[in-house]
Design a protein around this ligand. Structure first.
Ligand SMILES: Cc1ncc(COP(=O)(O)O)c(C=O)c1O
Length: 414
């Protein structure tokens, strides 16, 4: 696989003496490298990492402040799989949002350090050296590192760029070999903004059952689907129960990226095994953040709670930002072509550059010369080359400034 490290493209050398093969072959994802490189370039604006700009909703912060004053449990380890009250609330939320008849809060959920830990721990639990894992290209860059860390082999299946990055179940089926152990799906998708349809996902479900595979679901952006389209999750298909490992997050839904709290939902058998990994790496998710997550879900009933209100506002904000970014890209149609995001807050435009430069160099030039942070497309899999990822999590003023700078830079350089 091509280098996925921007540091390497920027000429940085690593000393790998004594470092395990497992770790030597992975990289800090370009999504995180770009802000680090940018911290040395004064005055950058960001279309980089996917951070929703609003503060964590007040009702969540106030509940945590109160708990800090009244409840000494908040400063201690929680039970290793998570606080029982939070797990109960998660079970209720899953049953409501995914139409699942029954979730056993005690045995089928564990609270993780963000969705990220749930994904890494899930992959490490089921993947052995040489096992193949099918993922989309483009796909979230950390999925690639998580598979490699488990010494699995990523097998990329291209999304259909010309058709809004649609999932192609037939292509998925063709990629299956005797070594295939699992596939990873992320919808709404980072970095493409694709939302997979129920019909496509039902076809994928049939393939999973036919080939006895695991499916790892990354449902970080479950709440963020635009234009009143339906959201469908494979969790709603009861027959898949023993095959599904789902990673979910509080980071984006409640603007809680820094709290580092998410969870896994899977069968009791799987959760029991994943908890060994969770214990080895984290013991438990931060207790203070579990209190915050419990406050968030206590205020969410699918209708009129403060959590529902904050999610609704976030949807409205992100819809405005999506439209802003798309209208700016439309004005640059000589350079960028893109599919309008249907969910999440990323757009993944293809660029044309007169010197045909690769996406690492394109993103580095945007950073150093235009002072705009983006993420190079080749960090997201082989068909990501020739693209950059733009996040529209930032304030509208920052998005506008970023595009003003890109306009000027292109006028000077293209
Ligand atoms: C697709 C996807 N999965 C997982 C994560 C990690 O989320 P968390 O903050 O819950 O660890 C992100 C963060 O941007 C993401 O975009």
């Amino acid at each position: 696989m091509e280098s996925r490290s921007v540091y390497k493209s920027a000429g940085e050398k690593e000393d790998l003496t004594g470092i395990s093969h497992r770790v030597s072959q992975i990289t800090v994802s370009a999504i995180k490298q770009m802000p680090l490189l940018a911290s040395k370039v004064p005055g950058c604006v960001s279309l980089g990492q996917g951070i929703p700009s609003p503060n964590t909703p007040l009702f969540i912060r106030e509940a945590v402040i109160k708990a800090l004053q009244d409840d000494s449990a908040i400063g201690k380890y929680s039970l290793q799989p998570g606080i029982p009250k939070l797990k109960d609330l998660i079970a209720q939320d899953l049953m409501r949002t995914r139409n699942i008849a029954h979730v056993n809060a005690e045995t089928e959920i564990f609270v993780s350090c963000g969705g990220m830990e749930a994904l890494a721990a899930g992959i490490a639990t089921i993947i052995d050296r040489g096992d193949e894992v099918i993922l989309n290209s483009p796909s979230y860059s950390s999925h690639i590192e998580q598979i490699l860390f488990a010494e699995g082999v990523p097998k990329f299946v291209a999304l259909a760029e010309g058709e809004d990055w649609t999932l192609n179940p037939d292509a998925l089926r063709k990629a299956i070999t005797s070594k295939t152990k699992a596939l990873i799906l992320c919808s709404p998708s980072n970095p493409t903004g694709a939302v997979f349809t129920e019909a496509q996902l039902r076809e994928v479900a049939a393939i999973i059952l036919e080939h006895n595979l695991f499916v790892i679901l990354d449902e970080t952006y479950d709440f963020l689907v635009y234009d009143n389209q339906p959201y469908f999750s494979l969790l709603s298909i009861p027959e898949l129960k023993d095959r599904v490992i789902a990673a979910c997050s509080f980071s984006k839904r409640y603007c809680m990226t820094g709290w580092r709290v998410g969870y896994m939902y899977a069968s009791e058998r799987i959760i029991k095994q994943v908890l060994k990994v969770h214990d080895a790496f984290a013991i438990c998710a931060p207790t203070i953040s579990q209190f915050a997550a419990a406050a968030a879900l206590s205020g969410t009933n699918g209708k009129d709670g403060p959590g529902d209100e904050s999610v609704k506002q976030l949807m409205e904000t992100m819809t405005r930002r999506r439209d802003l970014v798309c209208s700016r890209l439309d004005k640059l149609s000589n350079v960028f072509t893109y599919a309008k995001p249907r969910g999440g807050y990323y757009v993944f435009p293809r660029y044309t550059a007169k010197d045909n430069i690769g996406s690492m160099d394109f993103a580095l030039r945007l950073l150093n010369e235009a002072k705009v942070i983006t993420v190079p497309g080749n960090a997201f899999g082989p068909t990501g080359e020739g693209h950059i990822r733009m996040s529209f999590g930032a304030e509208e003023s920052e998005l506008t400034e970023a595009f003003d700078r890109i306009d000027r830079w292109l006028a000077e350089n293209n």
